[in-house]
Design a protein around this ligand. Structure first.
Ligand code: URA
Length: 242
């Protein structure tokens, strides 16, 4: 635990005196909450932003995490449920999830401490391709597939065109397994899309985000992205396909 002003000064951002001014002026946040009290203590793992940006001097790091079921993509949980950041015990940088997956969703989750990268990847206009493997209740008909692919209205807004590939049908259990390729990431989009056509999602797994997948990885593990992968992700997220 360390006083916030000392923590900011140690990062090389500014002097301790000026750091105090920044805090009092309401320009500093800790874990998403603006802090204006000078005595506030921070600990390793806390996310400290000045004017919304991480402190410089901290290396920018990029990971792909194989999110297991039953983990939360936020920095704290009032019910004490496991957080995705709990898995990064040997990473000293203050990383956070780039976008979100639901508690019960598994698969590719990017993690970073680079705010600019996060904005780029999660921006609605990035149209970064995401592929999900989905099991849904019921046997999906061709006409429903075409309807979903063209776009359905969720809370009054039409989803962008997407692609669906059927992988298998379990006639006995009335379940369809499929892959869906989306170019946007609205909150709970996959579940809402299938709910809207009467096929609730039973299982959801994200196979790929842009060029990044989980080859050779197991749930709960992570690996650093290669510099080329970070470059490619930025390039893919800046291409406007719509
Ligand atoms: N769509 C959803 O409904 N949930 C997720 O976790 C990701 C995409």
């Amino acid at each position: 635990m360390e006083r916030l002003q000392k923590y900011i000064a140690k990062s090389g951002y500014t002097s301790r005196r000026k750091a105090e001014d920044l805090i009092v002026e309401g320009r500093v946040s800790v874990n998403g909450e603006t802090v204006t009290t000078l005595g506030t203590k921070v600990k390793s793992g806390d996310i400290v932003l000045v004017d919304g940006k991480p402190l410089k001097g901290e290396n920018k790091v990029y990971y792909v995490f194989y999110k297991p079921k039953g983990t939360i993509c936020s920095l704290k949980d009032e019910h004490g449920r496991p957080l995705v950041t709990d898995y990064f015990t040997d990473v000293s940088e203050r990383i956070y999830p780039v976008g979100r997956l639901d508690f019960d969703t598994t698969g590719v989750l990017l993690m970073s401490n680079d705010g600019e990268f996060t904005n780029m990847i999660t921006h609605p206009r990035s149209h970064l391709e995401k592929i999900y493997e989905v099991s849904i209740k019921g046997l999906l008909k061709g006409e429903t597939i075409r309807k979903l692919e063209k776009g359905v209205y969720l809370e009054g807004v039409k989803t962008l065109p997407c692609k669906i590939k059927i992988i298998g049908k379990d006639i006995e259990h009335k379940t369809t397994m499929l892959q869906i390729k989306l170019y946007e990431g609205k909150n709970r989009q996959v579940k809402k899309m299938f709910e809207s056509v009467g096929h609730p999602v039973k299982r959801l797994h994200r196979l790929k985000v842009g060029c990044v997948d989980l080859k050779y990885m197991t749930p709960g593990t992570y690996r650093m992205l290669k510099p080329q992968e970070v470059k490619d992700l930025k390039k893919l997220a800046s291409g406007n396909k719509f």
